[in-house]
Design a protein around this ligand. Structure first.
Ligand code: UDP
Ligand code: MG
Length: 323
């Protein structure tokens, strides 16, 4: 088994050497082949020079340098693409994650899990602008995605290579990897990890991250539940809205026709028209969505299911994700 450790780096010059030494020490004690992949996410400080130096001395190190800052999600995604190991470990480049936790993760993976996620049960970050929003976000993500973890934001995670191949990341979606992975049928476990305060450099995020996370959550939920049947969401909304609008309009018409009540001074008429239009819009959006879903799956020859294995006489074929 080969390990690939993926580390996103954005302006972490004070941390790189310390992190590298600590990680190297841990990896040397394991009996696995390994590689360390640093993704330099367009750092503006000395990070790239330091990484280049390390790479020259150590052939187990790979450095992928982005042309500009693409964000942590893009960095992790690149890590998955360049990793050649069977198990991928992701961790932060700011030394907040403790490499000494890695053996615990590998032990869990040996139990057969496809993804093991860290839980920073004693998180060392400021309360008001980091831990509180994160507590709320964790609760919401847990309820909405149906994948129950205590901590979605912890970067320290391990993945089986096959599971990462079915995962495509956009936006700020790295925290939803467990949810996306469960969507392709991955078995997920959680282990408690040591979390340390940031000693050098500054955090790259603030409170503004919260709203982006909420928006991404909507996308993930939609992709998980309705991406292959958009008409069932939009169509339902359309039928409800159009139905109510039509009923109101019907009542108004009857009143006008048979009871001679005037229509011009009825605000309800406006509501009826609005609801009927909205209903039509929703239904057309659902139908367009259906077309899109077909384009999405058929242009990539990506089936709407994920096969673990095919059993037939003659040969047993392992298949973990569709190509
Ligand atoms: N990071 C990155 N690109 C970015 C922002 C952050 O590669 O645009 C890296 C950063 O260098 C660190 C990790 O992502 O290794 C987590 O960032 P940070 O520690 O700022 O997040 P926090 O721990 O505060 O949530
Ligand atoms: Mg950090």
């Amino acid at each position: 088994m080969k390990l690939s450790v993926v580390i996103p780096i954005y302006n972490e010059e004070e941390n790189i050497n310390l992190l590298y030494e600590e990680l190297k020490e841990v990896l040397e004690t394991l009996e696995h082949e390994y590689e360390i992949i640093f993704i330099d996410d367009g750092s503006k400080d000395n990070s790239l020079e330091l990484l280049t130096k390390i790479q020259l001395q150590d052939s187990s190190v790979v450095v992928v340098s982005f042309r500009r800052n693409f964000g942590q999600t893009a960095a992790m995604s690149a890590g998955f693409d360049y990793a050649t190991g069977d198990v991928i470990v992701t961790m932060d480049g700011d030394m907040q994650n403790d490499p000494h936790d890695i053996p615990k993760f590998l032990a869990k993976m040996d139990e057969g899990y496809d993804l093991v996620s860290g839980w920073r049960f004693k998180r060392q970050d400021p309360f008001l602008n980091r831990r509180l929003p994160s507590m709320i976000a964790n609760k919401i993500i847990s309820v909405v995605t149906g994948v129950h973890l205590h901590d979605y934001g912890c970067t320290l995670k391990t993945f089986r290579k096959e599971i990462t191949e079915g995962i495509h990341l956009y936006g700020e979606m790295h925290r939803f990897i467990p949810a996306i992975a469960s969507g392709v049928g991955g078995e997920i476990a959680e282990v408690k990890v040591n979390h340390r305060p940031r000693r050098f450099g500054t955090s790259k995020y603030g409170i503004s991250r919260t709203i982006r996370v909420v928006l991404d959550l909507m996308t993930v939920k939609f992709m998980l539940s309705y991406a292959t049947r958009p008409i069932q969401v939009f169509g339902l909304l359309g039928v409800i809205s159009g139905g109510i609008g039509f009923s109101i309009a019907l009542v108004l018409t009857i009143e006008r026709q048979f009871f001679g009540m005037p229509l011009a001074n009825r605000p309800l008429l406006l509501l009826a028209v609005l609801l009927i239009f909205m209903g039509m819009q929703f239904i057309s959006m659902g139908l367009l969505g259906e077309l899109q879903a077909r384009t999405y799956h058929e242009s990539q020859e990506k089936p709407i299911y994920v096969v673990r294995k095919v059993l037939k006489s003659g040969e047993d074929e392992e298949k973990d994700s569709p190509s």
